[in-house]
Design a protein around this ligand. Structure first.
Ligand code: SAM
Ligand code: SF4
Length: 330
């Protein structure tokens, strides 16, 4: 069977986001309630062989880039061994990881030897007390150490900063200032209601426009960069700064037009869009003993149902958006 994953809008799918676990060592306020999100029994999680096989089959259908996320990928035992396994897949051009950075210092050297190109490190503040308030864990020093080690490594470093109304918006300009001497990309993400509870009451909505205006006020000028096709962020640079910054309109969803992404959650739920409530459980299908051709046929069929954008996906849900991002894989 020779075919590529193309949806009904002619979009070629080349990017898989795979959640390797639903567990996490932190309890970020925007992601889950204080007591944590509900986690499933271990045997309900995809195992590494299953993840490897799904990725392999998808790569034969045109996926050439994988982002490993979670939950926190590094809380899953033997995650580095899984990375080494994935590295054997010669159809993958890029493996990237999103992490909270609290557990990875000792692994950076091993990661550098692999096909991993870039690490997205979540960091929403440079203040230790505020970090503890946001994540409900006092591990700022460990995460900052990871930041420094990654900066000195050969890996591309992106910082993910969730813009939280009334909590960290006074640090936007400070984070852009980090790019003056550091070759990093800071990405400001609009907060979404994927927090295990649902839409919060907030006084001020911090959307793309407001984030950009606030940053522009902090500098003499800000230049727009040309965004790569299917980029999730709109990207900018302060003239003469070494690094760049981007804004991810995750909630206002103005980036859906040339989406090239699919997701598989830690329990094997296939998602055509971040905002859908799951299309098909590939774990159950896989565990029936199906062939690679059966899997390909399934993927080629469900991709045709990819919605035009996140608003369409949300409209078709059975329930309101309120699941934790840790169960979806951000
Ligand atoms: N634990 C890892 C981490 O925090 O980087 C990976 C998983 S986390 C769910 C992936 C990304 O989603 C993180 O950058 C996190 O900040 C972001 N995220 C989580 N909840 C979010 C929300 N409600 N709105 C916007 N971004 C969110
Ligand atoms: Fe954990 Fe990442 Fe969610 Fe924070 S954002 S609770 S680190 S999964």
């Amino acid at each position: 069977m020779e075919s590529k994953l193309v949806d009904s809008f002619g979009r070629q799918i080349s990017y898989l986001r795979l959640a390797v676990t639903d567990r996490c060592n932190l309890r970020c306020q925007y992601c889950m309630p204080a007591q944590g999100a509900d986690i499933v029994d271990r045997k309900e999680l995809l195992n590494y062989k299953e993840m490897y096989r799904l990725t392999r089959v998808l790569s034969e259908l045109g996926v050439n880039k994988v982002r490993l996320t979670g939950g926190e990928p590094f809380v899953r035992r033997d995650f580095i061994k899984f990375l080494e396994m994935l590295d054997f897949n010669d159809l993958l051009d890029e493996i990237n990881i999103t992490t909270n950075g609290a557990l990875i210092c000792q692994h950076i050297k091993s990661i550098e030897k692999l096909k991993v190109k870039s690490i997205n490190l979540s960091l929403d503040t440079l203040r230790r007390d505020r970090f503890a308030q946001i994540t409900r864990r006092d591990v700022f020093n460990e995460v900052y150490k990871t930041f420094e080690l990654l900066e000195d490594s050969s890996l591309n470093l992106k910082l993910n900063f969730v813009v939280q109304s009334g909590i960290n918006t006074d640090e936007l300009v400070d984070f852009v200032s980090l790019t003056q001497h550091k070759n990093i990309s800071v990405r400001f993400i609009e907060e979404m209601p994927f927090n295990g509870v649902g839409q919060k009451r907030i006084n001020e909505v911090w959307d793309y426009e407001k984030i950009l205006k606030n940053i522009e006020r902090g500098f003499d000028s800000v230049e727009k960069l040309v965004d790569k096709k299917s980029s999730t962020s709109r990207n900018f640079r302060v003239p003469n700064f070494k690094g760049t910054f981007g804004i991810i309109p995750a909630f206002t969803r103005t980036i859906c037009g040339d989406c090239n992404r699919i997701r598989i959650t830690a329990t094997g739920m296939f998602k055509n869009c971040l905002f859908d409530d799951g299309v098909f459980n590939v774990r159950d299908f896989l565990r029936k003993g199906v062939s690679d051709d059966d899997l390909k046929e399934l993927f080629l069929s469900i991709i045709t149902k990819k919605p035009k954008n996140g608003f369409e996906a949300e409209k078709n849900r059975a329930s309101k958006v309120n699941e934790s991002m840790s169960s979806i894989g951000g």
